[in-house]
Design a protein around this ligand. Structure first.
Ligand code: ADP
Ligand code: ADP
Length: 229
């Protein structure tokens, strides 16, 4: 079952007289429950695509469907509601509130969600049951990122969009973060799209989309995928 259908998507950024064609006719479909990775050189359009399907940015041309809803036809107000109700985001930097514990950082989100997990449930899912009362400064980068993942999944989003979640981490720590995402995907069935350069993603992703110059140049099913422990 398709979650996202992207048709002939284009995005042009205009800054003064300068035009940058960030996306140049992308077609792709993401299916419910899958874990997809977006690969490609810097500037190939991966973040732009993730931002548009996440309702953070608007396309210049083409269409994006989320189920029966055409996101490219939505107002800013509708996109805000779409993000709140359906999308979890994880970025390179964790953006945790330093004065709050891990538990409290997650609870901030669950308090305003309709069908949230308990914060301890979300933290357990990313292997942080023993860090609930720790403050961000008392945790490693990988642990902080896993708190950010717990925060993103606690509202039970339909989709989880991760833009370089391993970008600030060494490769071994990055693998732990990817494994946490894989466990979430397996246990909750959350459709997940990840931009990462960490080679560990090869073990984890169901499908690999390659980007080049604003186009999706290749899509392969990952035959070497390993199920999460
Ligand atoms: P990637 O995620 O693959 O590195 P991006 O989607 O971030 O690629 O960027 C694609 C192209 O769009 C790049 O040339 C980038 O410089 C440009 N770009 C991205 N965001 C903006 C913006 N807000 N304003 C102008 N140009 C942008
Ligand atoms: P409720 O929403 O039902 O009032 P609580 O806020 O009491 O739930 O918290 C539910 C669980 O989370 C309890 O087991 C509690 O001990 C634990 N908890 C509450 N606050 C914190 C905190 N700051 N750090 C870690 N665990 C907490």
């Amino acid at each position: 079952e398709p979650v996202f259908r992207v048709e002939n998507l284009t995005k042009i950024y205009r800054t003064g007289d300068v035009e940058v064609r960030a996306l140049n006719g992308v077609d792709m479909t993401l299916y419910r429950g899958e874990m997809a990775v977006l690969l490609g050189p810097s500037g190939s359009g991966k973040s732009t695509l993730l931002n548009i399907i996440g309702g953070l940015d608007q396309a210049t041309g083409g269409k994006v469907w989320f189920g029966d809803t055409e996101l490219t036809g939505c107002s800013q107000r509708e996109l805000t509601r779409y993000r709140r109700d359906h999308v979890g985001f994880v970025f390179q930097f964790y953006n945790l509130i330093p004065s709050l514990t891990a538990w409290e950082n997650v609870a901030l989100v669950t308090e305003v969600s309709r069908h949230p997990m308990r914060p301890e449930e979300a933290l357990a899912m990313v292997g942080l049951d023993h860090r609930m009362s720790h403050f961000p400064a008392q945790m490693s980068g990988g642990e902080q990122q896993r708190v950010a993942i717990a925060r993103a999944i606690a509202k039970r989003p339909d989709v989880l969009l991760c833009d370089e979640p391993t970008g600030a981490l060494d490769s071994r720590t990055g693998v732990l973060v990817l494994e946490a995402l894989s466990r979430v995907n397996a246990e909750l069935g959350t459709t997940t799209a990840i931009i990462t350069h960490n080679a560990g993603i090869r073990q984890i992703a169901h499908r690999v989309f390659s980007f080049l110059d604003g186009r999706m140049s290749d899509c392969t099913v990952n035959e070497t995928r390993v199920d999460p422990a």
